[in-house]
Design a binder for this molecule. Structure first.
Ligand SMILES: Cc1cc2nc3c(=O)[nH]c(=O)nc-3n(C[C@H](O)[C@H](O)[C@H](O)COP(=O)(O)OP(=O)(O)OC[C@H]3O[C@@H](n4cnc5c(N)ncnc54)[C@H](O)[C@@H]3O)c2cc1C
Length: 350
């Protein structure tokens, strides 16, 4: 096998698809059975929609026109200049990706990877040999940890909680509601379904946090819950490197700052072809450079926003400032929307 991918989330499945289409013999190991759900805001930025479309993956959802920031009575919105994004339920996204991956002839096995060894010629995972290994095993990547690529965290941990409501969406913007200790991200994902994800560094249940958003709580009152609350975190994951030997980290496994800008899936989809290109070219170090380039704007912007909004006065000033400087808000939203540019636009094998 040329490439083993551990993790069957968006990063792993997109990597496998690029690899298969480039003619590599590739398999995916995913520890969970069937359609995989996950705590996520479920807003696909326009760049993610474009990248999925290029792979022939068109998950149904709800078009997103842009982003709206709300704090009490203040609100400001900006539309995506790069075309619409899409709110897509995680299970819908997973099913669409998985179906395309299987149709491309990739073997997807329900297996948990446990032990990784490597030598000059290849990688061995629990005794299965492959030329290279992509670890796309998520935020708390066990492979990253086992390979010693985890860096200790310094920041106060933030985490996310998400619930779906059976409601007709009232907006085609992703709404970000700001409260002193949490943000709520409202994403329409179907004609009768709205996802609400709360990001916070504070303790408490989903409903405790929702109490900080009275206007939103009123809108959601009485709506049926479609499924349980799902959580994820700590969100911030620092890594010392994205590659070691013949192993490449892709998606959240490669490091994560925060979900504040809703770009995780777009970034995973941008990293996938870069990793496959590195495998094909035998240039694993090239992936490290490409990863830095592809994620630079995300890392910079997310750190800046997180740092600023950690200070209560700056947090309170954010939405009024965005109202006063609409061009700055529009430019920021536009930056989020733009697809990450690959070095060789022609695909993984260049
Ligand atoms: C609250 C919250 C809100 C978010 N909102 C958004 C948003 O609005 N838009 C957006 O684009 N992104 C958002 N994100 C980020 C997005 O969810 C992630 O960036 C994305 O899921 C990363 O995909 P991945 O494939 O790297 O990881 P995952 O989707 O986590 O997939 C990793 C997979 O690896 C499997 N796995 C783990 N260990 C093993 C093992 N040992 N063997 C086999 N399989 C294994 C897991 O079961 C899992 O299926 C949000 C994240 C959070 C937490």
């Amino acid at each position: 096998m040329d490439l083993l991918v551990v993790g069957g989330g968006p990063a792993g499945l997109a990597t496998a698809l690029h690899a298969a289409r480039a003619g590599l013999d590739v398999a995916v190991w995913e520890q969970r059975a069937g359609t995989v759900d996950k705590a996520c805001g479920e807003g696909l930025m326009p760049g993610a929609v474009t990248a999925l479309g290029a792979l022939g993956v068109h998950p149904p959802g709800h078009d997103l026109r842009g982003i709206r920031y709300i704090a009490g009575p203040r609100r400001v919105d900006a539309d995506f200049a790069a075309g619409p994004g899409r709110g897509v339920r995680r299970t819908t996204l997973h099913a669409a990706l998985r179906e395309t991956v299987l149709a491309a002839g990739v073997r997807v096995e329900q297996r948990t990877a446990r032990r990784v060894e490597q030598d000059e010629d290849g990688v061995s995972v629990d005794g299965t040999r492959a030329g290279h290994l992509v670890a796309a095993d998520g935020l708390h990547s066990p492979i990253r940890r086992a390979l010693g690529l985890d860096r200790p965290r310094r920041a106060r941990p933030r985490h996310g909680l998400r619930r779906h409501y059976e409601l007709v969406p009232w907006s085609d913007h992703v709404e970000v509601h700001w409260a002193p200790h949490a943000e709520a991200y409202v994403t329409p994902v179907a004609g009768d379904l709205v996802g609400v994800a709360v990001l916070t560094g504070a303790r408490g249940s989903y409903d405790d946090h929702l109490a900080a958003f009275p206007e939103l709580r009123e809108r959601l009152a009485g709506a049926l819950h479609a499924g349980p609350v799902r959580g994820a975190g700590p969100l911030r994951q620092d890594t010392s490197a994205r590659t070691v030997g013949r192993v490449l980290l892709v998606g959240d496994a490669a490091g994560y700052v925060d979900a504040l800008t809703g770009e995780g899936v777009a970034l995973a989809l941008a990293q996938a072809p870069a990793a496959v290109r590195a495998v094909i070219n035998g240039d694993v170090a090239g992936y490290e450079r490409e990863w830095r380039r592809l994620t630079r704007r995300y890392r910079w912007l997310t750190h800046a926003l997180l740092g600023a909004t950690r200070m209560p006065p700056a947090r309170a000033a954010l939405v009024p400032l965005a109202q006063r400087l609409p061009w700055l808000f529009a430019a920021t939203v536009d930056a989020l929307a733009r697809p990450a540019r690959q070095h060789q636009a022609s695909g993984p094998s260049g």
